[in-house]
Ligand binder design. Structure first.
Ligand code: AQP
Length: 331
């Protein structure tokens, strides 16, 4: 039987956080042996909030190299930059005409981001999930590994695919989410009821995967917890629950094992252990990133080849969509 197809993307809106890593990117590498994988840096999505052009260009290259440093192998997977492949924007338009205003208005990410960026509630921010549907459907992906925060967008992509298929005849695969059991939502270290985000203005709120060891330990030491002193996973202990989730997903230990390990010890010991473990886990990624980012020619070769493969792959599906909606075929 043919291998199933995986698609996922990440925005180059800053260095990846530990949330991006644990909730999504870390799982992408191991999937390459079992599935055909297509991954991309979604720079078109990034400009739905204001970006400084030079910084966006740098962040995009960094994100590409970081994905490689996290284990994406360009010999096994297609890895490319979204704006290099024109089918995404083309299919975005077609799918936008099969998406209702009301559906988009219900998206919680739009509500959150339009509050956070109240001076720039642009139409790209509103139609972001349509472009995300186009990213996925242009490849007829079966599975989409994402963090829990993207589940609602994926539901919408499924609805859009079904609606198009009903209206114009079968074309799109209806994709399934692929969500990690532990760490699907890593929370802010400063406000543990809020998800950890690259664009958080408080640098202590998130661990960046390129932070050095001292910085990582310092941020964990400052993490907001509670006034008890018991390391256990319980409702209401949001800060500790988050640290336990992080520790568990990096060490593979269960919550019970973690509770036993820190029985009789204070939060200080626990935070230090989490910090050291995370820093040691991320060190090889930082080293590999430092090596890759020096070699711009190699990166260029990889992303150029990746875009060519992605264009060829998606063009077949998007041309069929053009035909189905009634556009005259190009000679
Ligand atoms: N805190 C998180 N916990 C688990 N998974 C997360 N993801 C994001 N934050 C967490 C997952 O990371 C993947 C890539 O996300 P993205 O960059 O495309 O967009 P995002 O979800 O908007 O991520 P950020 O970090 O919050 O970016 P900004 O601040 O720019 O909006 C997705 O699979 C996402 O689920």
């Amino acid at each position: 039987m043919d291998k199933k197809l995986i698609f996922s993307g990440i925005q180059p809106t800053g260095t990846f956080t530990l949330g991006n890593y644990i909730g999504a990117v870390r799982n992408w590498g191991p999937l390459q042996d079992e599935y055909n994988c297509i991954y991309c840096v979604v720079d078109l999505h990034a400009i739905t909030v204001k970006q400084e052009p030079a910084k966006l260009r740098k962040n995009t290259l960094d994100a590409y190299a970081l994905l490689m440093a996290c284990g994406i192998d360009t010999e096994k997977s297609i890895l490319f930059i979204q704006s290099h492949v024109k089918t995404h924007a083309e299919l975005n338009w077609i799918l936008g005409c099969s998406t209702q205003f009301g559906e988009l208005s219900r998206m919680t990410q739009f509500k959150d981001k339009s509050k956070r960026h109240a001076d720039d509630v642009n139409s790209g921010l509103f139609t972001y999930p349509v472009l995300m549907a186009a990213d996925i459907l242009a490849y007829n992906a079966d599975l989409v590994p994402v963090g829990v925060d993207q589940k609602q967008h994926l539901e919408l992509a499924r609805n859009i695919a079904q609606r198009f298929n009903q209206r114009y005849g079968e074309l799109f695969t209806v994709p399934e989410p692929y969500i990690a059991e532990i760490g699907a939502k890593v929370m802010s270290l400063q406000e543990p009821t809020k998800k950890m985000s690259k664009s958080d203005e408080n640098p202590n709120a998130c661990i960046l995967i390129l932070d050095d060891k001292d910085t990582i330990i310092r941020k964990f030491k400052r993490a907001v917890t509670d006034s008890e002193a018991e390391v256990c996973y319980r409702e209401g202990k949001d800060g500790i629950n988050n640290l336990m989730t992080i520790y568990s997903s990096v060490t593979g230990k269960s919550f019970d094992e973690i509770t036993s390990e820190f029985a009789g010890k204070g939060y200080g010991d626990f935070k230090l252990a989490v910090g050291e473990t995370v820093a040691d886990h991320l060190a090889p990624i930082r080293n590999e990133f430092d090596r890759l980012i020096q070699d711009k020619a190699y990166l260029k070769k990889c992303y150029t080849e990746g875009a060519e493969k992605a264009q060829r792959y998606s063009q077949r599906i998007v041309s069929k969509a053009f035909h189905k909606v009634g556009f005259v075929d190009k000679a």
